[in-house]
Write a protein that binds this ligand. Structure first.
Ligand code: ATP
Ligand code: SF4
Length: 332
């Protein structure tokens, strides 16, 4: 199904709940008093489709555009160009009351739960706030919903009257997840949700997310730089480099047979689950190029160990079949 067809499709149980078509985000950035403002292309023509109960992991180095894509998908920032649909409804160019209603269906959870929870509010007030702003529920109904959600994320009723500083990092992230669920969203964008947590509690929070996903029929966009975490939770993986997608495929395909040299380099730096199958380490040299002046041809060519002349002249298109897409001249 093309994205255009999908945009017109009414939502069914396993119909895509989130679709992006050629999404672009640029920022105008000032470059000192005498410099002309520059344009940063943070996200450059990304398309995706995500069904309920599925997780799309978005991976890449710092600065590759993962968080910008996440904010667009969460309706926090509008795309500069392209189309975005939630449950078949095109949300591009939607404003006012309708946008406010649509925003309830997509929530975001951030890396640092302490920063995203108000330190002066009890957990109960924090959980009830979205209900106060968006619903007509009476106080006792809001209270009951908050306690119910606390239980679902593994916390106890007495935790409701406490403040964020009284919890561990893992518990705070559970509270942030509970708050994201208060308005019954269909999609959650999780931006590095376990990166700030101790390794010992990461698996617990990931397991909780997996349980909640099935219970509530949620679609997840999971932004992460950590491929060992992605291996745990993803259904599909999108690898970003300098604002664009270089490889996109089901998780099993990405981990068993990465086709893009950048994906291979990322994977080679990730600890292997099976030490009997050691991988050759590919060390990435150089830095991510400046987004003000991306290199001509393939944006990865200055760092690619396989680059040929064509790579410096011609941009490879994202292409492939059966959900396996790669942007590399040598991928075939
Ligand atoms: P990180 O993991 O460090 O958050 P990322 O992969 O999420 O990195 P983004 O934060 O999305 O990447 O940034 C992508 C590019 O867009 C970077 O070059 C960044 O400097 C630029 N950028 C992001 N937000 C803005 C903004 N509000 N104004 C100007 N430039 C921005
Ligand atoms: Fe490397 Fe060329 Fe493929 Fe780009 S197109 S990833 S430079 S081989």
């Amino acid at each position: 199904m093309t994205t255009a067809t999908a945009l017109a499709t009414a939502a069914t149980d396993d119909a895509p709940v989130l679709e992006g078509h050629d999404l672009i985000k640029t920022y105008e950035v000032s470059r000192g008093i005498f410099g002309k403002p520059g344009i940063v292309r943070a996200v450059s023509g990304i398309s995706l489709s995500l069904a309920p109960r599925k997780t799309l992991a978005v991976v890449g180095e710092s600065g590759s555009g993962k968080s910008t894509l996440g904010r667009m998908l969460a309706l926090i920032e509008p795309p500069t160009d392209g189309r975005l649909a939630i449950a078949g409804e095109d949300v591009t160019g939607v404003y006012g009351h309708r946008l406010k209603t649509l925003r309830r269906s997509v929530q975001m959870v951030f890396q640092n739960p302490y920063g995203s929870l108000n330190p002066r509010r009890t957990i109960r007030a924090t959980l009830e706030e979205p209900l106060v702003v968006n619903t007509d529920l009476a106080a006792d109904e809001r209270h009951a919903r908050a306690l119910d959600m606390l239980a679902r994320v593994g916390l106890r009723p007495e935790h409701a009257e406490r403040y964020p500083h009284m919890f561990s990092g893992g518990q705070r992230q559970r509270i942030a997840i509970a708050r994201a669920l208060m308005l019954n969203p269909r999609i959650i964008v999780l931006d590095e949700p376990v990166s700030a947590l101790d390794v010992s509690v990461r698996a617990q929070v990931l397991n909780l997310l997996a349980d909640l996903q099935q219970e509530f029929g949620l679609a997840f966009v999971f932004v992460s730089h950590d491929l060992s975490v992605v291996r745990h939770i993803a259904d599909d993986v999108m690898v970003m480099y300098l604002g664009g997608v270089v490889e996109q495929a089901p998780k099993e395909a990405i981990f068993a047979d990465p086709r893009h040299p950048y994906t291979r380099a990322l994977l080679s730096a990730t600890p292997v689950a099976d030490p009997g199958r050691p991988r050759d380490r590919i060390v990435l040299t150089g830095e991510l190029p400046s987004p003000f002046a991306p290199p001509p041809g393939c944006s990865f060519n200055p760092r690619c160990p396989m680059a040929i002349d064509r790579c410096r002249a011609e941009k490879p298109l994202l292409h492939g079949e059966d959900g396996r897409l790669t942007a590399c001249h040598l991928a075939d």
